[in-house]
Design a protein around this ligand. Structure first.
Ligand SMILES: [Fe+2]
Length: 312
């Protein structure tokens, strides 16, 4: 049954944590949804406008060239929340990627497997205009203005696909472990490795360039305060990326990152993903240092189902 809009939707718009349309979709167990564009309120568009306009100078100064090209190529409107179908019309011919609307949290395996298929699970709600600066959950500004411009770049897009494929490798590997306790322990460790790698590269990565450090991580690209802090602040430790460090390094999401890692290029990042997969196959990710991120039950289940064939 399709989720339909009611009178309550028109009043609340599609504001993060306050959208009846999303609550209904979640109640009905619908993960993949459409973008009910008519439900965005003027306040929602105003939040997009403010978020977008204050970022433009910062992007010019701190973002890597692939992102800046991506913003151009997507023809995003700075004054209105974009329609996903418009974004995809420009994005899809470039790299085969497309943004796909979701109702909320996507269990880890499903999320990674979407990347493998060149789909990006995309949040359609937008943060409340009164709290522009910090939001624990993603919103359409983070997903479309922070992530999707990167997906227009061939080398970056291929890296994401290869990373997504690592999840399948992990699910298949642990499916071969007979002892249930050991299976869960190894899976938890492999999932931490994937989450940590994603965090320190796709979300918070820095890249070396002739003009100094540039930002390619989407968590930084969608943050007005942290994009400058990540490059300029003496309070941030910035190191050349080392895989063995990244997979063992815990992180916290509710403050500016004290530690960031630098890659040389997207080809370098692509090679690292290959190395990550090789380490997984060699058992080097089976018992990583504990700590954040916590692995949720739904995430574990998504991997176990995929490994047993049920979710493949
Ligand atoms: Fe993100």
């Amino acid at each position: 049954m399709a989720t339909t809009a009611g009178p309550a939707d028109v009043q609340s718009g599609l504001t993060t944590t306050k959208a009846p349309f999303i609550e209904q979709a979640q109640r009905q167990g619908q993960l993949y949804i459409h973008q009910p564009y008519e439900l965005y309120s003027e306040a929602n568009h105003e939040a997009w406008r403010k978020l977008y306009l204050r970022m433009t100078d910062r992007w010019r100064r701190y973002a890597n060239p692939a992102f800046l090209r991506g913003i151009e190529n997507l023809c995003l409107d700075s004054t209105r929340i974009p329609r996903l179908e418009d974004v995809n019309r420009f994005l899809n011919p470039l790299t085969g990627f497309k943004a796909r609307a979701v109702s909320g949290y996507v269990p880890a395996y499903l999320f990674f497997d979407c990347l493998r298929r060149r789909e990006f699970p995309t949040t359609i709600t937008i943060r409340d205009g009164a709290t522009l600066d910090y939001l624990p959950e993603p919103d359409i500004f983070h997903d479309i203005a922070g992530h999707v411009p990167m997906h227009t770049d061939r080398a970056f897009a291929d890296t994401l696909v290869r990373f997504g494929a690592c999840a399948r490798t992990g699910a298949q590997l642990v499916a071969g472990i007979d002892d249930e306790h050991e299976r869960l322990m190894v899976l938890t460790s492999i999932m931490k490795a994937l989450a940590r790698f994603f965090w320190f590269t796709i979300e918070f990565g820095l890249m070396r360039s002739h003009e100094g450090l540039k930002v390619y991580g989407s968590g930084l690209l969608s943050s007005y305060g942290e994009i400058a802090h990540s490059v300029e602040s003496p309070m941030v430790q910035r190191y050349p990326i080392q895989l063995e460090w990244v997979v063992n390094q815990y992180f916290e999401i509710d403050h500016y990152q004290p530690l960031l890692f630098i890659v040389d290029s997207f080809d370098h990042l692509f090679e690292l993903v290959g190395e990550l997969e090789a380490w997984m196959k060699a058992g080097k990710l089976d018992n990583l240092s504990p700590g954040e991120p916590a692995v949720q039950e739904a995430d574990l289940k998504s991997f176990l189902e995929a490994g047993s064939g049920a979710g493949a």
